[in-house]
Design a protein around this ligand. Structure first.
Ligand code: SF4
Ligand code: SF4
Length: 72
């Protein structure tokens, strides 16, 4: 089981990319084919098994889009 699991409230995302830039395991990416209702490209997880649950992504997000569940 991965150490963490991230979920996104996609409709709140403004596509700023801060979460992508600050994930130490480089598992976040902007999906250039999927827009939310506000017209921003949403963020997805490429390799969920590599999430370490650090929550850097959630801390960096200016719009509180990301929830991190930490597995113990
Ligand atoms: S919790 Fe850490 S490892 Fe997991 S997606 Fe966020 S920044 Fe990356
Ligand atoms: S930091 Fe937040 S608003 Fe910016 S791209 Fe990531 S999820 Fe979207």
């Amino acid at each position: 089981m991965p150490k963490g699991r991230v979920t996104f409230n996609d409709e709140l995302c403004k596509g700023c990319g801060l979460c992508v830039a600050n994930c130490p395991t480089h598992i976040l990416y902007q999906d250039m084919k999927t827009l939310n209702k506000a017209g921003y490209n949403i963020i997805r997880v490429s390799e969920p098994d590599k999430c370490i649950g650090c929550a850097f992504c959630a801390i960096m997000c200016p719009d509180s889009v990301i929830t991190v569940e930490v597995n113990k």
